[in-house]
Design a protein around this ligand. Structure first.
Ligand code: CA
Length: 226
């Protein structure tokens, strides 16, 4: 059903959940620590991550912040404590849901399906419309006010990625990971250059933006022009 990455240091829990989720049709990979988990998340792009908060190398909340800087993969946090003091920072850091230990594979499976239903609302192959922009990922065509925009494949992917997240600031790091598929390294300059080409094709400039707004020091967002 889904590619799940399980990040859990307790070998007994890890084995039991891996088996339980596989029995329910999921493909499961796992990591016993945060840093390998982060690497797997970026390399393998699972559909969803189950993240234990108490890990040996990094605090789970810290790892979640690092992940959120580069990826929107849905995350369900597994925690032993569910008080506000524990959970508010985790949800603020970008967790999509949480389960409280001890929990069964059946409960986790139900949460996974619920989160994927919720986060999967915008199907990746659906035409995206923002203002006068229409982007059809199946036909790989983009139009602005009904006129076709001629885009290179990379420009198309970049525009499509930004348009699926209207109004949201996307970091250059995330763009390098998700659009260029460069999990580490890569140059911000590459993103800047493609953004400037894209701007020109949209008939706008960085100084007088309509759709593409640079957020200095953070990234870029695509908005519906007012
Ligand atoms: Ca643990």
């Amino acid at each position: 059903m889904a590619d799940v990455l399980l990040i859990e240091d307790d070998a007994t829990i890890r084995t039991a959940l891996t088996r339980g989720l596989r029995e329910r049709g999921h493909a499961v990979t796992s990591s016993p620590n945060a840093l390998d988990g982060l690497r797997l998340a970026v390399q393998d792009r699972p559909d969803l991550i189950v993240l234990d908060l108490g890990l040996p190398d990094l605090d789970g909340t810290e790892m979640l912040r690092m992940l959120r800087a580069v990826s929107r993969i849905p995350v369900i946090v597994a925690t032993a404590r569910d008080g506000d003091a524990e959970m508010v920072p985790v949800l603020d850091a970008g967790a999509d849901d949480y389960v409280v230990k001890p929990f069964t594979s059946a409960q986790l499976d139900a949460r996974i399906r619920a989160v994927l239903r919720r986060t999967g609302e915008s199907r990746p192959d659906e035409t995206v419309a923002v203002g006068g922009l229409r982007i059809d990922p199946r036909g790989r065509t983009a139009t602005l006010d009904d006129a076709v925009i001629e885009l290179t494949p990379r420009e198309f992917d970049l525009l499509h990625y930004l348009a699926t997240r209207p109004g949201e600031v996307v970091t250059k790091r995330e763009l390098l990971t998700e659009v260029w598929q460069v999990p580490y390294g890569g140059a911000d300059k590459t993103v800047d250059v493609h953004l400037s080409w894209l701007r020109r094709k949209l008939g706008e400039t960085a100084d007088r933006p309509r759709y593409l707004h640079t957020v200095r020091g953070v990234g870029v967002k695509l908005v519906e022009p007012s």
